[in-house]
Design a protein around this ligand. Structure first.
Ligand SMILES: Cc1ncc(COP(=O)(O)O)c(C=O)c1O
Length: 448
């Protein structure tokens, strides 16, 4: 028996990588990272890649931001983890006060959990228990949007519409209502961007059918990430807000990917000028340093859980690392950086260049170009506009070509998307666009 020798051999001997068919690594091994700075990753072979998808969308402030790193060190020197039940600290209280202030509106309480999926589970559980404790025990069902994605746990998969991820576990998922016929748009420049009046009546009919049993409607505001980087009209959010309020249904905003500036505001819901009943933030909340989710609720929801212990109204959800001080310290520093470095101003100034640049490539292989905030996407097609056969795995080919050209451009199937750190400057954006053009050309001409 020969023992594994190289790092890649040792990796493949022991590691099961996330979201991968491990066999793919045999002819294109995992990249060995030795460092990272700002928008860039440094590899063991001496090459540098742009982190074009912010390491699964979380590196809002780039890699190794000095203020976040300093906050992490300082907190590690003070105390690194203490359970949040029965304890408090200046740090965690200050952070929650500041988070509520930036989220605005009717948010009054913060529940801290470990990662995005768990934060969404918290939101779903809060909604069902809220309804039961306000005299609506029959309201246990959720409506969600087609192409929506809310995480990897069984409950979050139950309210997601990504067949590929969910299919093996369909038997475990609870039934939910998927709302179809969404008002998809290409971005704020689209003349129909802020008008969902054409699609709304059909969506409303789907809601009416289940209205008495709905605990909540869960949405990714405006941008649906894992379901294909699709953008829908903010007007849909306004209509859902009005409808849910009129029908005793809670509106749950999954801001895990859309919050913290990705769309140019603290919450994606702010693009529609609405306030959900519950919002969940994660990913960019810590600048992508450490896992942390914050589930924000209104006072009205919180009050429904109040009572004597024996009344059994408490929210008995616990995660070991709820409010982990290292994560909170970095998130608290990130709040300061968002303000001090005018991150939203940067997104407003530079974000449109991503979509415009992607459209300007003018490739016959890139269709349905769309963009909002610091995100742009397009679908890979054959030159006549028809989809590539799935077996051609064109997205994977573009990914591999982009690595050779200098960017980690991890596509979603045949959807190419650019989602760099919010601090990406003009030079990074220009280079990323040039790499995208070259990678698409190389992969698609090779495969046409
Ligand atoms: C919209 C949305 N919700 C929830 C999640 C789950 O977050 P996590 O991967 O931190 O569990 C994700 C992850 O991509 C997401 O995009």
């Amino acid at each position: 028996m020969t023992l594994p020798n190289t790092l890649v051999e040792r990796d493949l001997a022991v590691l099961w990588h996330p979201c991968a068919q491990m066999r793919d690594y045999r002819d294109f091994p995992p990249l060995e990272i030795v460092g990272a700075q700002g928008c860039h990753l440094h590899l063991a072979d001496g090459s540098t890649l742009i982190d074009a998808m912010s390491s699964w969308w979380c590196k809002s402030l780039g890699h190794r931001h000095p203020r976040l790193t300093a906050a992490l060190h300082a907190q590690a020197d003070a105390f690194e983890h203490v359970l949040l039940a029965n304890t408090t600290s200046q740090l965690v209280v200050r952070f929650c006060e500041r988070l509520l202030a930036v989220a605005g509106g009717r948010f009054a309480k913060v529940f801290l959990a470990g990662d995005g999926s768990t934060g969404i589970e918290v939101a779903l559980k809060l909604a069902v228990q809220f309804q039961a404790q306000t005299g609506q025990p029959q309201r246990t069902r959720f409506a969600h949007l087609q192409h929506g994605y809310h995480g990897e746990t069984i409950a979050t998969m139950s309210v997601s519409d990504c067949a590929e991820y969910r299919a093996p576990f369909a038997a475990l998922c609870f039934p939910a209502t998927v709302l179809t016929g969404l008002p998809y748009r290409s971005g704020p420049h689209d003349p129909q961007w802020d008008d969902a009046s054409a699609e709304w009546p059909a969506i409303e009919r789907q809601l009416s059918d289940v209205a008495p049993h709905l605990a909540g409607i869960i949405v990714e505001p405006v941008l649906q990430g894992a379901g294909g980087m699709r953008l829908y009209s903010p007007d849909l959010l306004r209509r859902l807000r009005t409808w849910s309020e009129a029908n005793g249904v809670l509106l749950l905003a999954d801001e895990v990917a859309t919050g913290c500036g990705r769309l140019g505001a603290w919450l994606g819901c702010h693009l529609a000028g609405i306030e959900p009943d519950i919002a969940v933030l994660s990913k960019g909340l810590t600048g992508g340093y450490l896992p942390l989710a914050a589930t924000l609720t209104s006072q009205r929801i919180y009050d429904a859980f109040d009572g004597e212990w024996h009344a059994g109204r408490a929210f008995l959800h616990s995660n070991t690392y709820s409010g982990n001080p290292l994560a909170v310290a970095v998130a608290d520093a990130a709040l300061s950086v968002f303000h001090a470095e005018d991150i939203f101003g940067q997104v407003a100034r530079r974000g449109p260049a991503l979509r415009e640049g992607l459209a300007a490539i003018g490739s016959p292989f890139l269709r349905s170009v769309r963009g909002c905030g610091m995100m742009a996407a397009a679908d890979l097609t054959q030159s006549d506009g028809s989809p590539w056969p799935r077996a051609r795995r064109m997205g994977l080919r573009v990914y591999r070509a982009a690595i050779r050209h200098g960017a980690l451009l991890r596509n979603l199937g045949d959807t190419v998307y650019l989602l760099p750190p919010l601090i990406a400057d003009d030079a990074v954006i220009a280079r990323l666009l040039a790499i995208t053009a070259a990678a698409v050309e190389e992969a698609c001409h090779g495969g046409d």
